[in-house]
Write a protein that binds this ligand. Structure first.
Ligand SMILES: [Zn+2]
Length: 116
């Protein structure tokens, strides 16, 4: 397991990651606005382009939301002293696995659907 200072450093890094995700969300809000239907300002082809850009922006935002949720949950687990333990079976998650993704909530067994 990590010691208190390692956990504090990780928590600080996660808070920064969460802030960055929120900032990106705010600065890209224009990309996700519904595409203008006004044909005089945007031609038919460029309107399709704009809709494609918007669809991609929405998909990216969904992923961003999902990541923000996982980062937030990891911060909660640190605060509750449960960080590093599988949320599903309470087994310790391997340091190697947490090194790959520090916000991962489950052990390899639960993640691969092996159950308890
Ligand atoms: Zn597990």
């Amino acid at each position: 397991m990590m010691d208190a200072s390692e956990l504090a450093a990780l928590r600080a890094a996660l808070v920064m990651r969460l802030e960055a995700l929120r900032t990106t969300s705010e600065t890209t809000v224009d990309n996700r606005r519904p595409v203008e239907l006004d044909q005089t300002s945007v031609g038919r082809l460029s309107r399709m382009d704009a809709m494609q850009v918007q669809a991609m922006a929405l998909a990216t935002e969904r992923r961003r939301h999902d990541e923000a949720r996982r980062v937030g949950a990891a911060i909660c687990r640190i605060d509750e002293g449960e960080y590093g333990y599988c949320v599903s079976c309470d087994e310790e998650i391997s340091a190697k696995r947490l090194g790959v993704d520090p916000v991962i909530p489950t052990c390899i067994r639960c993640a691969s659907g092996g159950g308890g």
